[in-house]
Design a protein around this ligand. Sequence first.
Ligand code: 13P
Length: 294
Amino acid sequence: MYVSMKEMLLHAHRNHYAVMAINCVNMEQAKAIIQSAAEEHSAVIINISPRQMKAHGHGDILAPMIKNMAEKVNVPVAFNLDHGAAFEDITKAMEYGFSSVMIDSSSCEFEENVRRTQQVASLAHGMGLSCEAELGHVGMASQADNSKVDLYTNVEQAKEFVDRTGCDCLAVAIGTAHGSYPEGFIPKLDFERLKELNEKLDMPLVLHGGSGAGEENIKKAVACGINKINVCTDLMKYATKATAKALTENPKIDYMDLCIATQNAMKDFIKAYMRMIGSSGRYIFDKDNGPEFD
Ligand code: 13P
């Protein structure tokens, strides 16, 4: 099923688990993600950023392909614009057929972030799409932004922000960052702040920069109220390694077999992650009664 993120994240919120949101730039990744979700009876979100679309995975090509694949499985699949900042990128994603958009104005002043988010949320809702927003700022691991407490989400402001904007889920800054941390480094997350945000907002919260955060942190973040976890770098690295391994094992491997080997390896990673964050087995399709969650 091709759906927005709204219902699946509300279900995750009410039932205290999280859904993976995985960045995807090609058909092999889309297949690996959707097949994993179907086999795990899990909801899933496919993400792509404007930068990734420009570099490789054009949204106008990926959106119909993902919709087509999603409609063949009995689990909810959303396609979300990740970190939409320019209004033009957001309206293009809507035109292409994305089922969800993120408006990231987290580098703007509070009032400007509210204004832009309000505008995008109301446009998205009018089209039946969900809208993610960000308050506080999840920066880059390479800049050590994860430990800059002044970038973390302010709980009081967050309440006002969601009341005024009507966004469906909120990305919060609690100590993760995008990309690779220094070798062996595990970030320290502000779980007290996360618990307060969860109590005060009572809505789906999003963790960006899931890569390299460590299993213990991820599990605790889910227990404290995170319902969507964005993962990009870890899966890209895993896919690169799997491709290199297949080539080393058989340097004459046929290109199509190489694509399939990488796709299957990605499925191993994704399925294990879905089990870790509790989304596996939540969506059991019953032929007689239609789709149902357990
Ligand atoms: P990572 O690359 O650190 O997993 O971050 C992904 C992300 O948050 C995309 O929005």
